[in-house]
Write a protein that binds this ligand. Structure first.
Ligand code: FE2
Length: 386
């Protein structure tokens, strides 16, 4: 029998969501039978105190813990290789990541190399990991990357000057402790960048060619929560209610995109991050309006639903008006969050566009964009946003 519903799997880790979730760390590590933990974090998270608190909690419960903090934004391949070396040398048996997307992606990379050998760049692409990784527990401290629930790891392959996407079921963490209280130390700038990253995850998952009714539900709820709360959260960093809503939006977006895939915005942003080392969320935010414009006519009803979720009353509007209102709303949100309108403001030059477009076309995320672009169309998109 033929059905209109395609076969779709849905993968998610066990997670605990709510204020205080992070305090369950020792119980979860013990449940996974670990004796020695490599805790991956970064200097920014160390400064907030969340990583130190996590390490102290483990030590207090008799679990040995080594902290690895040499992780930068857009985590590099050599940081992954260093971490994997320490993991093996110190005979660790579990990974805990405390931080945003960079420490979490680095921890996933360390797990791949620790179990599979070879160089991290050898695992680029979909389902290329043979042996399962050591147990991984994530405590996210941003509301954006959703690496704590996703089957993605994005690593900067420094010799190729590009970001590689590694996608595998083995990269879904064993558990995530998602605690909105960790967001209270997040700067307005990082709140804006990571919040826009989450919005793009939700939008791209909703228009993805690999979506399903289940991912649609999470994507639309995420768009609704971000449209209604991100501005206020950036203005009121210590408002725990707003932080709960943006953390939930990020979780919803993560469950959607981890299963539905992403699209042209991420493919183009990965290319910019690899070549020019730019902040991921900020790149996504600047690119979003241009990609909506490019994709709109392929899936107009999908974008109408996105506009509705974003708080735009589309009832009596033509498709052309919905497109313009949605683009205007994204540009207004960016402006309110202090995100620039032009790529040149963040350092992109006309000379970069050809390589940026070439790498974006090869990125794994491009495969699920609703409209497959030609090279000159991606070059035009970069050029128009320059
Ligand atoms: Fe992202």
């Amino acid at each position: 029998m033929i059905s209109h519903f395609p076969l779709r799997k849905f993968i998610s880790p066990e997670f605990v969501f709510g204020v205080g979730a992070r305090k369950l760390i020792a119980r979860y590590v013990k449940n996974l039978s670990a004796r020695k933990v490599l805790l991956i974090t970064d200097p920014g998270v160390i400064a907030t105190g969340w990583a130190t608190e996590a390490a102290a909690e483990l030590e207090a419960k008799g679990i040995s813990c080594i902290t690895f903090e040499r992780v930068t934004a857009n985590p590099r391949d050599f940081e992954v290789m260093d971490g994997a070396h320490i993991f093996k040398e110190a005979q660790c048996d579990m990974l805990v990541a405390v931080g945003g997307g960079s420490p979490m992606d680095c921890a996933k990379g360390i797990g791949i190399v620790a179990s599979n050998g070879k160089h991290i760049a050898d695992y680029e692409g979909i389902d290329r990991i043979l042996f399962s990784c050591p147990p991984l527990l994530c405590i996210p401290t941003t509301a954006g990357s959703s690496a704590d629930v996703s089957q993605f790891a994005i690593i900067n392959a420094t010799d190729q000057r590009k970001k590689i996407a590694i996608v595998s079921k083995t990269l879904v963490p064993d558990a995530a402790l998602i605690d909105p209280e960790t967001l209270t130390t997040l700067s307005p700038e990082l709140t804006a960048h990571t919040g826009m990253d989450a919005l793009v995850h939700a939008v791209e998952a909703y228009v993805s060619t690999a979506g399903s009714p289940i991912t649609d539900m999470f994507a639309l709820e995420s768009i609704r929560l971000i449209g209604a709360n991100l501005r206020a959260a950036a203005l009121n960093p210590s408002d725990i209610e707003l932080r709960c809503r943006t953390m939930l939006a990020s979780l919803d977006a993560g469950l959607a995109f981890s299963n539905a895939g992403l699209g042209a915005v991420h493919a183009m942003a990965h290319s910019m991050g690899g070549l020019l080392d730019l902040p991921h969320g900020e790149c996504n935010a600047i690119l979003l309006s241009g990609v909506i414009d490019f994709n709109f006519d392929t899936v107009p009803l999908r974008y109408r639903n996105i506009a509705d979720a974003f708080g735009i009353d589309t009832k009596h509007l033509s498709d052309a008006s919905v497109r313009q209102r949605l683009i205007d709303a994204v540009l207004r949100l960016n402006a309110d969050l202090g995100i620039p309108e032009r790529l040149s403001t963040v350092g992109v030059c006309a000379d970069d566009i050809r390589s940026l477009a070439a790498n974006a076309l090869k990125d794994a995320c491009m495969a699920t964009n609703p409209r497959i672009p030609a090279a000159h169309e991606i070059e035009n998109l970069y050029d128009r946003l320059l």
